[in-house]
Design a protein around this ligand. Structure first.
Ligand SMILES: Cc1cc2nc3c(=O)[nH]c(=O)nc-3n(C[C@H](O)[C@H](O)[C@H](O)COP(=O)(O)OP(=O)(O)OC[C@H]3O[C@@H](n4cnc5c(N)ncnc54)[C@H](O)[C@@H]3O)c2cc1C
Length: 303
């Protein structure tokens, strides 16, 4: 059998694409390594997904799963190892089987780059965060540290300073990597932000919630009391198996047309965190998933 569409990824983008594809009557298969994607962490609370004042990532993804299953979409939980294009068709190789389709939506997401220090995992959702948009508002009048002095770290610190009483940017290098203009804006307009250089992070400590971080600066061991730690040292898009099949950005994100979610390869579309869209959020992933499925429908109808 040749499917109209194979969607790779069972996170918000892939699930939404599946729901839309089914409603367009497409013969569609959704394959994902694991259901739910990044949100399946029980300690993550979502407060910016419309319709829910507050819901755990796990519960939100369970609701999305129920809707997909209830629509009767065909789902397989397995890893995609390879996608090949031959003429106008695609061969998708899983660890167990292979399938064929006329089009593909890649919705494989990404993962935040972890710091790898003691306490990081333990305090995730209890003071440690990788996402300022998601968790920044929870730190009103609190002291927070942003780990990473690149562009993302500076942007995060600026955003956080409208809530927090004090924001530290901790950078391991002898200078920050953020642009000169960003540095100038921060030093002239953001008095709450303080940059500390040559920091070797050691651990994150606390009780119920984060209370302090411990780092080395030269020979000194410094204990800095903070309520929150925002780790901003980059993310890794799950795009390596598509390298060579579609064009990637210098950050290894899949380049898409923002209106249609088309990639550089005809018949392949991409949605969600794996794409080069600027905002990595659930609603955006869902929006791109919907857009990609509608574009597939138009693409197949034109053929
Ligand atoms: C700790 C944390 C807190 C967050 N908090 C919020 C928040 O409060 N609000 C918000 O809007 N956003 C939040 N985010 C961001 C949000 O999780 C992402 O924007 C969203 O999950 C992106 O959805 P996605 O479908 O693009 O990718 P993902 O959720 O990453 O899903 C990717 C899917 O692809 C599958 N996959 C990957 N590679 C393969 C392969 N080779 N074969 C088969 N399947 C594969 C995965 O198993 C998964 O099913 C948070 C993220 C984290 C990590």
């Amino acid at each position: 059998m040749i499917y109209d569409l194979i969607i790779i990824g069972l996170g918000p983008a892939g699930i939404t694409a599946g729901i839309y594809a089914k409603r367009q009557n497409l013969d569609c298969l959704v394959v994902g390594k694991s259901f739910g994607g990044q949100m399946m962490n029980k300690s993550v609370d979502i407060e910016n997904y419309p319709g829910f004042e507050k819901i755990s990532g796990f519960d939100l993804m369970e609701k999305m799963r129920e809707q997909l299953v209830q629509k009767g979409v065909q789902i397989i939980e397995d890893e995609v190892l390879e996608v090949k294009k031959k003429d106008n068709f695609f061969k998708v190789t899983l660890s167990s089987k292979e399938f064929h389709s006329k089009s593909i939506i890649i919705a494989t997401g990404s993962s935040y780059r972890c710091l790898g220090v003691e306490g990081e995992n333990n305090y995730l959702g209890r003071g440690v965060s990788y996402c300022t948009t998601c968790d920044g508002p929870l730190f009103r009048n609190k002291v927070v540290a942003v780990i990473g002095g690149g562009e993302a770290g500076f942007e995060a610190a600026r955003f956080l300073s409208s809530y927090a009483s004090k924001v530290y940017i901790l950078e391991k290098g002898i200078e920050v990597l953020a642009s000169k203009s960003n540095q100038e804006i921060v030093s002239s307009l953001y008095p709450k932000i303080e940059v500390i250089l040559e920091v070797e992070m050691k651990k994150i400590e606390g009780e119920e919630m984060v209370k302090k971080i411990v780092f080395k600066k030269g020979e000194d061991e410094i204990i800095l009391p903070v309520d929150g730690v925002f780790i901003q040292i980059g993310y890794v898009p799950a795009s390596s198996i598509f390298n060579g099949l579609v064009d990637l950005s210098n950050r290894n994100e899949i380049l898409i047309n923002k209106e249609t979610c088309e990639t550089s390869t005809q018949g392949i579309f991409a949605a969600g965190d794996v794409s080069d869209g600027k905002v990595k959020q659930i609603v955006v992933a869902c929006g791109e998933g919907a857009k990609a499925a509608m574009s597939v429908y138009k693409y197949l109808n034109k053929k």
